[in-house]
Design a protein around this ligand. Structure first.
Ligand code: SAM
Length: 229
């Protein structure tokens, strides 16, 4: 039994917090009670089970703690998640969009095996073994129009991958949440210059940058952009 008091996040749907408002801990409500994905702490409060959401393990959690201006989460979203890895962040997104669906694309076979093992009870995750550089290659497995693209891929062409997937799948006015890791684009150049360069690529392709959140506190050389089609 824990004596932690959990309450709804003041802004983000289906995200929960505990502790002081200026330094909260984040949680999502466990869609599969009793089930852990990455060794996270489970807490029961008023008969509901919550999973602690670690901002040092999940850039989406880090972004939410850094107070983005826009709320982009809803329980029934259709999401395309690029770079699903072994399932840490996608599992929290699965708790949040519990009436929606998340197509999780990952190209490393070993990570895909772990993703399947870690999330097979979560019926709203569709794991897809594929390369995000080739969006059309997984088109046969995606059956719903996409409201939200989330991308966390450490590759030199991060903005280009995002644009190609959003051009292909994202609804008009839909949102892209894009993690940019400057080190993967150029390890010598200053991070700020790389971020500007990637933003320009997105804008040139007709996308609107709503927000740019620096998460260096949690993940070195990373920002997260909120982008609208
Ligand atoms: C930083 S990790 C993602 C962590 C994950 N988003 C999380 O928070 O739980 C990046 C992942 O992207 C995958 N990846 C890199 N390039 C890719 C590509 N072109 N297509 C699909 N997946 C890719 C890697 O194999 C790795 O698992």
């Amino acid at each position: 039994m824990s004596n932690i008091t959990i309450r709804a996040h003041p802004k983000f749907s289906n995200v929960y917090i505990s502790g002081l408002p200026q330094n909260p801990k984040l949680y999502s409500k466990n869609l599969i009670p009793g089930n852990k994905v990455y060794g996270e702490r489970l807490i029961t409060f008023k008969g509901e089970e919550y999973r602690e959401w670690d901002p040092f393990r999940s850039k989406l959690a880090a972004m939410i703690l850094e107070k983005p201006s826009l709320e982009f989460l809803k329980k029934d979203l259709s999401c395309l998640y690029l770079g699903a890895s072994s399932g840490t962040t996608i599992s929290h997104l699965s708790d949040i969009v519990y009436e929606g669906v998340i197509y999780g694309v990952e190209f490393a076979e070993r990570s895909m095996r772990q993703l399947i093992q870690n999330t097979d009870k979560r019926k709203n995750i569709v794991p897809l073994l594929g390369n995000a550089n080739f969006p059309e290659s997984y088109a046969k497995s995606i059956f719903t129009p996409i409201d939200l693209v989330y991308q966390d891929i450490a590759q030199p062409n991060q903005a280009k991958i995002a644009i190609e997937n959003c051009d292909y799948y994202l609804k008009n006015k839909g949102f892209l949440i894009l993690a940019i890791k400057s080190q993967s684009i150029d390890s010598v150049e200053k991070s700020e210059k790389i971020y500007m360069q990637e933003k320009k690529i997105l804008e040139k392709a007709g996308y609107v940058i709503i927000d740019s959140i620096n998460i260096h506190k949690y993940a070195a050389n990373h920002i997260i952009l909120t982008v609208q089609k």
